[in-house]
Design a protein around this ligand. Structure first.
Ligand code: PMP
Length: 355
C-alpha cells in the first residue's frame, strides 16, 4: 500500500474471487455454466462487429434493455444493464446505503455485499441464518437500512418462497429491498411480478450463470422506473459506457434464446439431483439447493482439506473460510463427465481417510 491512499480505503478487505486457473482443472468453483452460450452469441461475434469498435458503445444500452424488457413483459424503463450484476449491486449499494446508511444481509451470503458496504461507507448489519441455513423472513421486518438477499442464496442454494420475500418487502416500506436473483433461473421463481405492488423492490440478475456468459460481464437491474432512474444517475456519473458494444449485442441476442437455455438449465438441475444423491450416499449432508451448485459437508473431512485434496486431483471447488461455512465446500454443477470424475475422486479421498 502506498502512503497516498486515502485513509478510508486503507482497511478495505477486497473480495477474493474464486481461482481462475488456466490449466487442465475440472472447474467447479465459480458457478459458471459448463455449457457454451447460445449459438446466437457466436453469430454476433462473426457479424463484423469489430468494424464498429472505433465508435463508443451506446450509453443508453437500448438494444439490450429492449431484449430484457421483452423477456420479462416489461417496458424498457424498468431495466438497467451493467458490467456484470456486481456493477449493478455496487451502484445500488452506493445509491441506497452508502455514505452513512446501512446494509442489512444474512451472515452467510454472497461475499461481495460486505465488501461494497465497506467501500461505500455503509454500516453492515448481518442477521444470522438459522442453524439449517434457512432464512427467517421476520428478522428482516423494519430493517435498519437497505436489505439485500440473494434468492436462491449463495453458497447454500436455499430459496425463500415468493410469499416470504413479499412479507420482507411489505415490512420495509421505508427501505429498498434488493433481491439478487443471480441463480433464480435454476429455480424459476422470480419476484418480478411483485414490482406491480411495491416501489421499494430492486431485482438484480446476471447473464453469468444460467446464460453461460460469465466472461462477457453482463448483469441488470429490474425495478420501477424511479429506481432505475436513480441507478442511471449513478451510472452516468461513473461510466456511461460501462458496457462495451460486443457485450450489448451478444447479451441481447442470448437473452432472446429461451429454447436453448431452458435445455441447459434442465440438464444442470437433473445433474444437481443425482450428484446430491451420490454425495448423501457417501455420508455428506447437503443443503436443499435449487441453484447450479451444491453446498456439502462431511463429518470425516473439513471443507478446507477436501478442497485441497480435490485440487491435488485437478478438481477445483470453493471453500469459504467463515466460521459457520468452514465445514462445507461449494461445488458448481458441471457436465455429467465432470461430476462423475468428482464423485470418483471424493470416494477415493474418503477411502484414504477410512471414512
Ligand atoms: N450475486 C451472486 C449471489 C453471485 O454469486 C454472483 C457471482 N459470483 C454475482 C451476484 C455476480 O455475478 P456477475 O457479476 O458475474 O453478474
Amino acid at each position: 500500500m502506498s502512503q497516498f491512499l486515502r485513509p478510508q480505503y486503507q482497511n478495505l478487505k477486497p473480495y477474493t474471487p474464486g481461482e481462475q486457473i488456466n490449466a487442465d482443472y475440472i472447474k467447479l468453483n465459480t458457478n459458471e455454466s459448463p455449457f457454451p452460450p447460445s449459438p446466437r452469441v457466436g453469430e454476433v461475434l462473426r457479424s463484423g462487429i469489430e468494424e464498429r469498435l472505433h465508435l463508443y458503445s451506446d450509453p443508453t444500452l437500448g438494444e439490450l434493455h429492449r431484449a430484457v424488457a421483452t423477456k420479462f413483459g416489461l417496458t424498457e424503463d424498468y431495466v438497467m444493464a451493467a458490467n456484470g450484476s456486481d456493477d449493478v449491486l455496487a451502484f445500488a449499494i452506493m445509491a441506497y446505503a452508502g455514505s452513512g446508511g446501512a446494509l442489512v444481509c444474512p451472515d452467510i451470503t454472497y461475499g461481495f455485499y460486505p465488501v461494497y458496504a465497506n467501500l461505500f461507507g455503509a454500516k453492515l448489519v448481518t442477521i444470522l441464518l438459522r442453524d439449517d441455513f434457512s432464512l427467517n423472513a421476520e428478522a428482516y421486518f423494519n430493517a435498519p437500512g437497505t436489505v439485500v438477499i440473494a434468492n436462491p442464496n449463495a453458497p447454500t442454494g436455499i430459496a425463500l418462497p415468493l410469499s416470504e420475500i413479499e412479507r420482507i418487502i411489505a415490512a420495509n416500506p421505508e427501505n429498498i429491498v434488493i433481491i439478487d436473483e443471480a441463480y433464480m433461473p435454476f429455480h424459476g421463481e422470480s419476484c418480478i411480478p411483485l414490482l406491480a405492488k411495491y416501489d421499494n423492490l430492486l431485482v438484480t440478475m446476471t447473464m453469468s450463470k444460467s446464460h453461460s456468459l460469465a466472461g462477457l460481464r453482463v448483469g441488470f437491474a429490474i425495478a420501477n422506473p424511479h429506481i432505475i432512474a436513480d441507478l442511471n444517475r449513478i451510472r452516468y456519473s461513473f461510466n456511461p459506457y460501462n458496457l462495451n458494444a460486443i457485450s450489448i449485442k451478444a447479451a441481447a441476442a442470448a437473452i432472446a434464446d429461451d429454447e436453448y437455455y431452458d435445455g441447459c438449465i434442465a440438464e444442470i438441475n437433473r445433474t444437481r439431483a443425482w450428484v446430491t444423491d451420490e454425495l448423501v450416499q457417501l455420508g455428506f449432508t447437503c443443503t436443499p439447493s435449487v441453484a447450479n451448485f451444491i453446498f456439502a459437508a462431511h463429518p470425516a473431512i473439513e471443507g478446507n482439506e477436501l478442497y485441497r485434496k480435490l485440487k491435488e486431483r485437478m478438481i477445483l471447488v470453493r471453500h469459504l473460510d467463515s466460521p459457520r461455512a468452514r465445514g462445507h465446500v461449494r461445488i458448481s454443477v458441471g457436465t455429467t463427465e465432470q461430476m462423475t470424475a468428482l464423485i470418483n475422486e471424493i470416494r477415493s479421498i474418503l477411502e484414504d481417510k477410512n471414512a
